[in-house]
Design a protein around this ligand. Structure first.
Ligand code: NAD
Length: 478
């Protein structure tokens, strides 16, 4: 893409199968960084108040809201995600996050520290001084937002909204496998009259990403993607000491206690595994099940999985679509082979669904008799593959849940909600869903412990990730 924003003004759904997108190169990245830097250093955006910027973001929400159907159709075509998940998690939830961010932005979060009386350091015997301090928040500067493919509208919105509301300028680089829903933001930036250079979108792959994370004109990198690339980005950003915000992968555990409603837990486990064909960072892929109910849990889960309709996601009755591309399916299949070789037992799936020769489809696969040390229990597969791991005591279940280099999410199913809450406190992860979880997700911070990331997205402190604090000291009475 060229430097500033997307170019097309069409409002009809763009079908990736029939349309093309330019692949951004070094020249496009250079132009985008220059535009963002100029807009930050000389443009009106960082100098506006929060209320003024919020007006633009409200317009953005209205423009996106009016295109819900178009965005959903785009995601079904671009990602291959089934329609139920698309309308809720891929489109509805992100728009809720935008509204929540606007709510939070409306609050004055500058802080007035107590008035202080102190001796004058230069005239210790002279009259004392009285003064105050105000702590304000200011934008960090030019932000690079780099995102993965699996929830492209959500992930891109989660960079655009906080970076811009906080007064930064942004260069957004979407995944090369899902560029279309990112370019939509450029179209809308034009429509709502966003000042030029505030939002810049560059397509392309790791070469463009490397420029956006190493250029000295960029002040901050906000990345959502894999653990390996997150670590590489920290290295690329280190020589210029950028602020780095990372939302990375996971291998989250669902603990099913002896007293859980087995039918409900098993149905929920399979439904979660199948979300976006298992391509979700926070999915509960390790099923840590009490040995007294493990057999019935596995039987029910297999029965539920066999009812799932897999197929073309443009068919609304389909519950699970394909994986994003052949390389991803090959990766999933190689993990399934490793699981089998290491001694885990496939109780459902393990192959390709019959009758679906076109598209990168895979079955929902369930392994039982999994040891938490096995590769399939430690690595992020990013496909609809669940590992059932048995346990006998709550302490053992927590130890298994925490025996992971990731710490993104977790879940507990139990009839004893208080015990479940106590256990949730012991899980080293950024979120825990107790009995399916309720509450207003759009208002809650989400992010990782350990190698699942650094920083939080959403929630009351979302904008703070994109701001610097400044303390202004002043005398009173003169
Ligand atoms: P990925 O890490 O392969 O790619 C993500 C982005 O990084 C892409 O835009 C890619 O072009 C870019 N990139 C690759 N190498 C780069 C480099 N050296 N420098 C700069 N940019 C580079 O991830 P993916 O396969 O697209 O997405 C799946 C991963 O994202 C999974 O691990 C998943 O768990 C994670 N994810 C995390 C969250 C979260 O909120 N924690 C959300 C969604 C996805």
């Amino acid at each position: 893409m060229s430097n500033v924003r997307a170019t097309k003004s069409s409002t009809r759904p763009r079908r990736p199968s029939s349309e093309r997108v330019a692949i951004g190169d070094a020249a496009a990245a250079e132009a985008a960084i220059a535009a963002a830097r100029h807009a930050f250093d000389h443009g009106p955006w960082p100098r506006m108040g929060m209320a003024e910027r919020s007006v633009y973001l409200r317009r953005m929400h209205a423009a996106l809201d009016a295109r819900r159907q178009q965005i959903a159709a785009l995601i079904v075509a671009e990602v291959g995600c089934a329609q139920g998940v698309t309308h809720g998690m891929q489109v509805g939830n992100p728009l809720d996050h935008l509204l929540a961010a606007l709510d939070h932005a409306g609050r004055d979060d500058s802080v007035r520290l107590p008035i202080d009386v102190s001796p004058d350091p230069f005239h210790p015997d002279g009259p004392k001084r009285i003064g105050g301090t105000t702590v304000v928040r200011e934008p960090v500067g030019v932000v690079s937002g780099i995102t993965g493919y699996n929830f492209p509208f959500l992930l891109n919105l989660a960079k655009v909204v906080p970076a811009l509301l906080a007064g930064n300028t942004l260069v957004l680089k979407p995944s090369p496998f899902t560029p279309f829903s990112a370019l939509l933001f450029g179209e809308i930036a034009d429509e709502i009259g966003l000042p030029r250079g505030v939002l810049n979108i560059v397509t392309g792959g790791p070469e463009v990403g490397a420029m956006l994370t190493s250029d000295p004109r960029v002040d901050m990198v906000s990345f959502t993607g894999s653990e390996a690339v997150g670590a590489a980005i920290m290295g690329q950003a280190a020589p210029t000491l950028k602020r780095v915000h990372l939302e990375l992968g996971g291998k989250s555990a669902l603990i099913v206690r002896h007293d859980a409603d087995v039918a409900r837990a098993a149905a929920m486990a399979v439904a979660v595994l199948s979300v976006n064909a298992g391509q979700g960072c926070a999915l509960l892929t390790r099923l840590v099940v009490h040995n007294s109910i493990r057999r019935s849990f596995v039987e029910t889960a297999c029965a539920v999985a066999s009812q799932f309709k897999i197929g073309d996601p443009s068919d609304p009755s389909v519950a699970m679509g394909p994986l994003i591309r052949e390389a991803q399916r090959a990766k999933v299949e190689s993990f399934i082979a490793i699981g089998r070789d290491e001694g885990a037992r496939i109780v459902h799936g393990g192959g390709r669904p019959p009758g679906l020769d076109k598209g990168f489809f895979t079955e929902i696969t369930l392994f039982d008799d999994v040891d938490n040390a096995m590769t399939i229990a430690q690595e992020e597969v990013f496909g609809p593959v669940g590992c059932v791991i048995g346990f006998d005591t709550d302490e053992e279940a927590i130890a298994i849940a925490n025996d992971s280099r990731f710490g993104l999410n977790g879940g507990i199913e139990t009839a004893d909600a208080a015990k479940g809450y106590e256990m949730a406190m012991q899980i080293r992860a950024g979120s825990v869903m107790l009995n399916g979880g309720t509450g207003r997700m759009s208002y809650a911070p989400i992010g990782g412990y350990k190698r699942s990331g650094i920083g939080r997205e959403y929630g009351p402190d979302w904008l703070h990730e994109y701001q610097n604090q400044k303390s202004v000291f002043y005398p009173i009475g003169r």
